[in-house]
Design a protein around this ligand. Structure first.
Ligand code: V47
Ligand code: SF4
Length: 387
């Protein structure tokens, strides 16, 4: 296999691409400038072969998924990101939803006896849902089901919560950790570069704040994910700036589990005039992210945003994780124009999707400990479709 890729790299008539390819095949890190060049000049097949080489070196054929469900406490939000199809401003909150702690614990109870391992909790930034509210929520979920891993709150939600509570990031994170929070999702990162950030999400936490929150979490032993909202008004240089800041922090802490590119969807938001990226551009981005982020163990395709078939395709372009069953009772993804109007897959559907792509389905927990190899499983225990 390596011989075939070496031959492909060697036969490239572009000397610079050839040098970058050789670097990747000998496990050397590419520079920011080389990464921009890959975005500008790397064909889908060129970056795809390199990314697949890295992916198979790290994980072989293994493709991870997780049995999880989502809770969105509210879609009311004090911020006004231009790409957001989901939030309702606090002033218009009659159009929104606000779940009480009991409502959310009831959602958790619906999974009693089902083999889910993770609850993912992310929502809008509601001015009345403060740190004390979320501490109580986490404690009640943990009291009900101690083994359920709680992955909750983007850096945007945390920044607001801690500032309102007048706590330092470290104090706030420690409080949530003591309550039972175990890891952080990667949302809110968008595009770090200030030139873009000020145009698409001016009023929420900036790049430095986002990175500081994740760094503090890592230092407290809380792992996290990182995202990038791509395919709108950002340039290749902005993407590389974003990836570079993540790679630098990961060198320092090693606390990121996975990188999740989020494809910008243009329905029902203030950026509907911006065209969505092509599938080829999506796959090139996955591949280049896999090549550049040499210190990130995992690359995830978030199928509700990308669509099932494209997520399946991404398994040939560096991706080794498909998130999970997700079971989401709200409408965040269909609102933004995703193909997935109801983001739920049962275990059998997920496993088949991975098998059809010629990969080996492995159920993981949030921290990527392997739970079960599904290569030869024929009988499935359902965890979703509860409604
Ligand atoms: O930060 C909002 C994105 C994110 C749109 O860590 C949009 O496992 C595309 O954090 N088009 C929140 N994307 C979601 C998130 C997440 C999701 C899945 C897994 C994980 C994880 C984290 O959703 C926001 C923003 O970047 N988003 N609007 C849109 N129109
Ligand atoms: Fe609020 Fe998040 Fe939507 Fe921004 S992306 S408006 S922070 S819910």
């Amino acid at each position: 296999m390596k011989d075939a890729i070496e031959a492909l790299v060697e036969s490239n008539s572009n000397e610079k691409l050839k040098q970058i390819g050789k670097k990747v095949l000998s496990h050397n890190r590419i520079s920011d400038e080389e990464c921009v060049y890959l975005f500008e000049q790397g064909s889908l097949s060129f970056v795809g072969f390199l990314a697949n080489f890295i992916r198979e070196n790290l994980h072989g054929n293994k493709t991870y998924f997780n049995r999880n469900f989502h809770i969105e406490p509210t879609n009311v939000c004090v911020f006004s990101c231009k790409f957001c199809s989901y939030s309702r401003l606090y002033a218009n909150r009659e159009e929104g939803w606000e779940l009480s702690i009991d409502d959310m614990v009831d959602i958790v109870k619906k999974y009693d006896g089902k083999p889910v391992t993770e609850v993912h909790i992310v929502g809008g930034v509601h001015p009345k849902m403060n740190l004390a509210y979320f501490v109580e929520l986490i404690q009640k979920i943990k009291a009900h089901r101690p083994s359920l891993h709680i992955k909750a709150f983007t850096a945007v939600e945390l920044d607001y919560m801690f500032r309102k509570a007048r706590l330092s990031i470290e104090e706030g994170m420690k409080t949530l950790k003591e309550a039972g929070l175990q890891s952080l999702p990667g949302g809110g990162a968008e595009i770090f570069h200030p030139d873009i950030r000020k145009l698409i999400c001016d009023d929420k936490v900036d790049a430095e704040g986002w990175l500081r929150i994740h760094e503090t979490a890592h230092n407290l032993g809380i792992h996290s994910n990182a995202t990038m909202l791509y395919g709108h008004i950002e340039s290749y240089a902005h993407r590389v700036d974003h990836l570079s800041r993540l790679r630098t922090l990961q060198d320092k802490t090693g606390g990121f589990n996975t990188f999740i590119p989020l494809k910008f969807r243009n329905s029902n938001n203030e950026m509907s005039h911006v065209a969505e990226s092509s599938i080829i551009e999506d796959m090139r981005l996955y591949a280049i992210a896999r090549i550049y982020l040499d210190n990130f163990p995992h690359l995830k395709a978030y199928w509700p945003m990308l669509g099932r078939q494209n997520a399946q395709l991404s398994l040939a372009f560096g991706v080794n994780d498909l998130d999970g069953t997700i079971d989401d009772t709200t409408k965040i993804y269909s609102m933004a124009g995703s193909e997935e109007t109801k983001p739920v897959m049962n275990t059998e559907e997920l496993v088949n999707l991975i098998r059809q792509a010629g990969r080996q389905p492995i159920e993981r927990d949030t921290l990527y400990n392997e739970i079960q190899d599904y290569s030869h499983v024929t009988h499935f225990t359902d965890v979703v479709n509860l409604n």
